[in-house]
Write a protein that binds this ligand. Sequence first.
Ligand code: PRX
Length: 679
Amino acid sequence: MLLQTRGCAPTRLLSPFARLFRPYLLQVWGRRSCNVAAIMPEAAGFQGVSDFSELQEFSVSDSESFWAAAARHRLSWTRPFHAVQDCDLRRGKIKWFDGGKLNVSVNCLDRHVHVCPERVALIWEKDEPGSEVKVTYRQLLETTCRLGNLLRRRGVRRGDVVTIYMPPCPMAVASMLACARIGAAHNVVFAGFSAEALADRIRDAQSSTVVTANQGVRGGKVTELKKTVDAAVRSCPSVQQVLVAMRTDNPVAMTAKDVAVEEEMLSEDVACEPVAMESEDVLFLLYTSGSTGPPKGLVHTQAGYLLYAALTHRYVFGYHDGDVFGCVADIGWITGHSYAVYGPLANGGTTVLFESTPLYPDPGRYWETVQRLKINQFYGAPTAIRLLLKYGDHWVRKYDRSTLKTLGSVGEPINTEAWEWYHRVVGDGRCAVVDTWWQTETGGICISPRPSDPDAEIVPGMAMRPFFGIEPVIMDPEGKVLTSKETSGALCIAQPWPGMARSIHRDHQRFVETYCQPYPGYFHTGDGARRSKEGYYKITGRLDDVINVSGHRIGTAEIEDVVNQCGAVAESAIVGYSHDIKGEGVYAFVVLKKGVEVDEADLSRQLKDMVSKKIAKYACPDFIQLVQVLPKTRSGKIMRRVLRKVAEQEFNGLGDLSTLDDPAAVQKIIQGRRDSGAK
Ligand code: PRX
């Protein structure tokens, strides 16, 4: 007997007989149901759901039925799952699709090769304009299989972690998918990270295999990737082999550990038996910054992550079969994972791998690429939009952008001016602009204006509506859910969803403490948000000591750690401040050791050099202000709130300073800020 009045009956309520005939029942219910089913076939069985907001409500109130239907519809399973979810957010226990087995590379490749082998899977937009390379599904499967066999022959086993240090290119995607095929986890490290940052990540991941390229090419400049790997590997005893692919024709010195990928792949078979993985086996690690401690390797698993990436890719951007999807993020970030690789490939789409920069060879690069590749959805970062709008409209208007349908924004708040320019100039006022909020931890987009009725309003600069299955809540500092519509506070998510990270590699306790304990029973995002009276969400920024430079996350503690290693420095405090282009810039307050005198310009050069060597260029301080003492409470805690205000040149309203150990110190810091004249 069906107990529900609306929505499809949850699997647990169905008799074994009904369960057997579920696909048929879904079809029958579908005939009676709504027009959303035409847009979203998964919704065909959900009774009484007749528009997007009802579907959103349904996906939250009966999330098991929603995700079960989506998982059956969107993924190919080797063995069906027997439980939709088994989660307890309080304890950090998150399990989806238990009992199910599948292979992610089969879902991203083989099933499309069976239907349309010659469809283009990847368009590699190389740094050199006009030299794009198209790779079909058949070719990508072949390369993936050869690489999978090579990895297997060289001893990589199920459960091993392979570190990939490569720019966006087909070989990098094939490496990710080859790992997935043989059951290894990948750990892609952004190829802009320094040797030390790479070494930290290799050591934490305990990788014995690294895949890299001889060199990288970006913005017309060559970077020495293999040399960086050589330097990193010297302090990584776990590494036994480095697979080196050739991005340029320039030979590099090879050591006994190195393997020439292209040569060795030739002798490998073009078929590679995929491993049937459990839903909750690890698919990849991806390191990201926290407010304290070293970068954490967030763990994403197989089925839930892939499903969520696929579904959000299709419905947030309105992706249709045959479209060309242009996500210009690097594959070293979660955006590149979910929307340059896994989401589009799971959907059998054509995805662009963008290797260049927005300014190379000139500020028209994005739009010339849109014209040449006929891109339908363009997904980029506000920092690039702010940069490009300064160069003027003509760099956009000279190219044909009539193929564009959706414009996406990600990684940081998009200010109204940039949003409007994106909409009016780039999109000619006719494309939906979707400001998408999410995190490495969430696996995929959680809040964005779509999916919703295609005619529903989109408010500039607002992420707006939760995605299916996402229930955002806003909390006050005491952990009380704020129920009134118009409110602001800490953004949490009230129930688990399949795309969320499962753990921190080798430190589950840190995962629980960071995400599950601050507001027990809720997923803690670390971001603040405001909800409008219409119920739309606007992200107001981080509430912790993480800053966001050009859409890249960095913990202030990580930079302080490097700055404090400088011989002349006694201590430092790093804060973010508003930056015209980068969103946030890095501001360093530095106290010198007693008796030390330095030339400020020399110190600044030295500190920038250290940060770029130990972390990456993007983390370098823009301003360094020497101060005699840092403002601290009597218990010795740096009052960052005050320093943030000073960096912003907001000298009034510094708040309560009575707990400061030495309130007079603040006046000296303010004077120093005034004297520096820095903007
Ligand atoms: O502060 C939020 C900001 O980026 C953080 C996540 O960074 P990361 O894990 O590197 O992932 C970036 C790509 C998803 C968030 O905690 N952020 C991301 N998207 C937005 C945003 N801030 C405002 N608006 C957004 N649309």
